[in-house]
Design a protein around this ligand. Structure first.
Ligand code: MG
Ligand code: MG
Length: 263
């Protein structure tokens, strides 16, 4: 069942997502050679609590940390560690969830530690662009398949591949609600988008083949070919005025005009 949120509920979700955005961006600024992923996690947890929220991932199905930090060939769900030190050439996926006032926010980005290879830079650009194109589909009357197709088409045109095993999702009073939002699919199919739906859209894109596997820790998903993978995510509300990116960086989480209707 897909839950549509009221105007007041969307404001509450914006507040949760603005903590996500603030902490996500502050963590991104702290990414540099020599920093451990455990230090970034500790910082994030303290900041979320200082801002009045609760880490959403910590304890979720037993996940041990506030952030998922996924380096290089890690796709998603990497576990931070005080033994894992960032180095030049790494790409660092940061995924962050917050609960505030009974609602969840969820966003991710992937940050390079320069210098990185040119094809890796293109991978990051293509993944971010795919998310923007997907957000451009977030208008009432469009369908989930339109979002999926926008991601897949852009990624594959750029010469990369989309991960099949993990998907985006509805979000609200639960971290994961209906509908699932695959990063591949056909336009014009799937649930119809309606005002009040909130979707966490999250392209996961591999430089090489699409295949992924989960490591023995039971969490960390990596590419089978061990080539790099990128991940970007926003929580987006469907409104009559168009997409409202609740986890946008600008603090205002401005409505509609930032993203025009496309396609
Ligand atoms: Mg996430
Ligand atoms: Mg998510």
């Amino acid at each position: 069942m897909i839950v549509c949120k009221s105007a007041a509920e969307l404001e509450a979700m914006r507040a949760a997502n603005q903590i996500v955005a603030t902490v996500r961006d502050e963590v991104a600024e702290r990414i540099r050679p020599g920093v451990t992923t455990g230090e970034l996690d500790k910082y994030a947890e303290a900041r979320i609590r200082e801002l009045g929220g609760e880490p959403a991932f910590k304890g979720y199905r037993g996940f041990p940390a506030t952030l998922c930090i996924s380096l290089n060939e890690e796709v998603v769900h990497g576990i931070p560690s005080t033994k894992r030190r960032l180095a030049a050439g790494d790409i660092v996926g940061i995924d962050l969830g917050v609960r505030l006032g009974g609602f969840y926010g969820d966003s991710a980005l992937t940050v390079p530690v320069p210098p990185v290879d040119e094809d890796v830079t293109r991978l990051l650009e293509a993944t971010r662009e795919a998310l923007d194109l997907a957000i451009g589909q977030c208008w009432p009357g469009r369908r989930v398949g339109d979002i999926s197709h926008a991601v897949q088409q852009h990624v594959e045109q750029a010469g990369f591949s989309v991960v099949r095993e993990f998907v985006g999702h509805g979000i609200g009073v639960a971290l994961h609600e209906d509908p699932q939002i695959p990063n591949f699919g056909d336009p014009g199919v799937g649930a119809r988008l309606r005002p009040g739906m909130v979707l966490a859209i999250e392209p996961m894109v591999n430089l090489g083949d699409a295949g992924v596997e989960v490591l023995e820790d039971g969490w960390t998903a990596v590419t089978v070919d061990r080539k790099p993978s990128a991940h970007f995510e926003h929580s987006v509300a469907i409104t009559e005025e168009g997409p409202w990116v609740l986890s946008a960086s600008n603090g205002a989480a401005a409505r509609g005009p930032r993203y025009a209707a496309s396609g």
